[in-house]
Design a protein around this ligand. Structure first.
Ligand code: KG4
Ligand code: ZN
Length: 342
């Protein structure tokens, strides 16, 4: 049996075809992503209207291509899985509208998937030995949260950001240092090349339950303003980048250690674009008492394979999206329930 998965919650249009049986993990037959970062670069962030238009243009092309690449036809499909939320409303509507249309036209059942639930499961795609319960840290441009994962639809929120996401903290710091959006990877590269800093940024909100990066952003902008006259000095700019990266990574590690200690769960998965950060990966590898597991890079960032994985799991347990159901641009994953029949 095969599942078609569609993801359009933010600025990546993604599709995948997965093969699955009665039990066991599905296997990805083909997957494609069309990234829009070029489209949004000049605006310094994702422009929702432009993102929707790109999805509308790219999704039909990707769908044709993923059928061609996987070698299957509509007659082989047992289900369609689509991201229903959370995300940008207009973007979600393009994906859900397309999926609802195809489901009706082809008479194939449809399952609506929570995007964050996809991230929580993404490490399973390349680590099938992963066992419940585990802690999942999701760090991207839009999300920063830790959950205990006990099984499908069974999550306990441990910490979530109360303001900026970790990726936003990277991108805003990078912007202050003159990098184009999304500047996180470029800032990280400069920081890694520099390897040290004379500056030490404050570590904020350590004792509270949630993550917070807004204080850090203020501190970095203050520091950059103080050093404005010296920003032409490559070494100094590198040290500012290092200080920013170190402060963001420290905040993530602090909460993660706290979560491991409080929950007694030592297996941790890390996903979302920021999980590509090498400094963070090196620190995590050196952590004692933590068994850290990453998805493959293409499954760390937004992708449709993770949406297909969750859709298959929920489909097997009888879940279908109600006819005429709308998108859920706000949909906390910890409010989800185990799968249920319609
Ligand atoms: O999950 P993702 O690809 O997309 C969404 O947020 O939708 O995450 C993108 C975020 C951006 O903020 C980007 O700057 C950040 O992940 N990012 C990084 C690195 N690679 C991507 N941040 C720090 N270091 C990196 N190596
Ligand atoms: Zn995401």
């Amino acid at each position: 049996m095969y599942a078609l998965a569609i993801e359009t919650s933010c600025d990546e249009t993604a599709v995948a075809v997965l093969q699955f049986g009665e039990n066991g993990l599905p296997v990805v037959s083909a997957e494609l992503v069309a990234s829009q970062s070029e489209v949004h670069r000049d605006y310094g962030g994702v422009v929702p209207e432009l993102a929707s238009r790109e999805h509308l243009r790219n999704l039909p092309l990707l769908l044709d291509e993923v059928f061609r690449k996987s070698g299957i036809g509509v007659q082989n499909l047992a289900l369609i899985g689509v991201t229903r939320g959370p995300g940008l409303k207009g973007c979600l509507l393009i994906g859900l509208g397309m999926a609802q249309g195809l489901s009706l036209a082809w008479n194939v059942p449809l399952v609506g998937v929570n995007h964050i639930e996809g991230h929580l499961y993404s490490a399973l795609l390349s680590n099938p030995q992963l066992e419940f319960p585990f802690l999942a840290l999701v760090i991207s441009g839009g999300h920063t949260e830790i959950h205990e994962v006990h099984g499908i639809g069974s999550y306990k929120l441990v910490a979530r950001t109360i303001d900026d996401a970790a990726g936003e903290a990277f991108d805003k710091s990078a912007h202050l240092l003159g990098f184009l959006y999304p500047g996180g990877p470029a800032l990280a590269e400069l920081a890694d090349q520099t390897g040290r800093s004379r500056f030490k940024l404050p570590r904020v909100m350590r004792e509270s339950e949630g993550f917070s990066f807004s204080g850090l952003k203020t501190a970095i902008s203050q520091l950059v303003r103080d050093q404005k006259a010296n920003l032409g000095d490559g070494q100094l700019r590198g040290e500012l980048a290092f200080a920013a990266q170190e402060a963001i990574v420290d905040a993530l590690l602090f909460k993660l250690r706290q979560a491991v200690k409080r929950s007694g769960i030592s297996t941790v998965t890390v996903s979302g674009g920021v999980s590509a950060n090498r400094f963070l990966r090196a620190k995590l590898a050196a952590e004692k008492g933590m068994n850290v597991c990453f998805p493959e890079f293409r499954h760390c960032v937004d992708n449709a394979a993770m949406i297909g994985l969750v859709a298959v799991e929920r489909f097997r347990r009888g879940e279908r999206i109600a006819a005429g159901a709308g998108v859920l641009s706000r949909w906390p994953v910890d409010s989800m329930q185990p799968p249920c029949a319609p």
